[in-house]
Unconditional design. Structure first.
Length: 355
């Protein structure tokens, strides 16, 4: 049987695997002569393979002429910390994966950093270890931390909240127009009376959603009450929230003859679970909608009427382009996404005679 000829492409694949798994002492490659002997090829073929790895940035040449593995971190020009609360959402994960996809195009390394509270060491140490920050803040950043971020001299981009007043470029993925799109749709389906349910700690974003709901009731002559289950600055365990909501529903304090509107997708799922424990199901026994969807509204049963966040890809791409350019920020400090999509889910009871 004829011997299979070893090519430069084959050598590249073998060396890349060895380099990435620590196959060489001190990450130093053997000489061209040694590699040629091992693979049974001439040195020209080995040199061709090494040139590929050098051009990819996997190898760097030392002053003594030896070739050394260039670790992943060394190949990136900017380390970007993607900070988000440990009690995160599907949106955070989707955005992180989007950043990972884009990172190789810009030689940027995305470093996910989870934190529990504002003085969490993972936050403060993470801030010191990266070159730039993309921040999903918890509500109400304390003044001392704002000063620390301002004095860091690092580009800091805030998502979901408007911190442009402190000099931080900010992007709202879920603007008023998206919320009003959902409310207008519900009005078109004949819903004027709406109960608002919240489990998120109070913040400017939550306050704004409450204001838009109040404006809607006033403009449509509707009735409704605000149910706030965020009893502390932290989230209660979802199982505890479910029990509290179930108690309110069972005692008929929450009026399920009105549409139940939730300020966030987790609130919608917790409410549905609490109601289901009592044999009540969205889209059959009551109507429910969610201001946010975290990309999951179409994945649950029943599907939930909601508005999706904007696609993060074009916004992240523009940000990374700016970051690697090294130029001053010239765009508006506060921007709002404009491409949020409505999901007409199964969680509302369609009315034959709309008002």
């Amino acid at each position: 049987m004829p011997r299979v000829r070893t090519t430069a492409k084959h050598i590249v694949a073998v060396l890349r695997q060895r380099l990435e798994t620590g196959g060489y002492v001190d990450a130093m490659l053997p000489s061209e002569r040694e590699l040629a002997t091992e693979f049974g090829v001439n040195r020209v073929t080995v040199r061709r393979a090494l040139d590929v790895l050098l051009n990819e940035g996997c190898l760097c040449r030392q002053q003594n002429g030896r070739l050394k593995y260039s670790s992943t971190d060394e190949r990136y020009i900017i380390r970007v910390g993607y900070f988000y609360p440990s009690l995160g959402s599907w949106d955070y994960e989707t955005q992180y994966l989007t950043l990972r996809t884009l990172s190789s195009d810009f030689k940027v390394k995305i470093c996910p950093i989870y934190y529990d509270f504002w003085n969490d060491p993972s936050f403060t140490e993470g801030l010191n270890s990266v070159d730039a920050v993309i921040l999903h803040p918890r509500p109400n950043i304390p003044d001392w931390l704002i000063r620390k971020m301002q004095n860091s001299g690092k580009p800091i981009w805030v998502l979901g909240y408007n911190y442009s007043g402190y000099g931080f470029p900010s992007l709202n993925f879920f603007p008023d127009m998206a919320i009003n799109k959902l409310l207008d749709y519900l009005a078109g389906e004949g819903f004027n009376d709406i109960e608002l349910v919240n489990i998120t700690p109070q913040s400017n974003a939550v306050a704004n959603r409450i204001t838009l709901w109040e404006d809607f009731l006033r403009n449509h002559g509707g009735k409704g009450r605000f149910w706030d289950f965020s009893f502390t600055d932290e989230h209660l365990l979802f199982c505890e929230l479910r029990d509290v909501m179930r108690n309110r529903i069972e005692r008929r304090m929450i009026d399920i003859n009105r549409l139940i509107l939730c300020t966030t997708f987790p609130a919608a799922t917790v409410f549905m679970r609490a109601a289901a424990d009592l044999g009540l199901f969205a889209g059959k026994d009551y109507s429910l909608a969610s201001i946010g969807s975290e990309g999951q509204a179409e994945m649950v049963v029943p599907t939930i009427t909601a508005v999706n966040n904007a696609d993060p890809y074009p916004y992240f791409r523009r940000y990374l382009q700016w970051l690697v350019s090294g130029k001053p920020w010239t765009s508006e400090l506060f921007q709002e996404a404009g491409d949020c999509t409505l999901i007409p889910g199964e969680s509302i009871i369609r009315r034959v005679n709309k008002q």
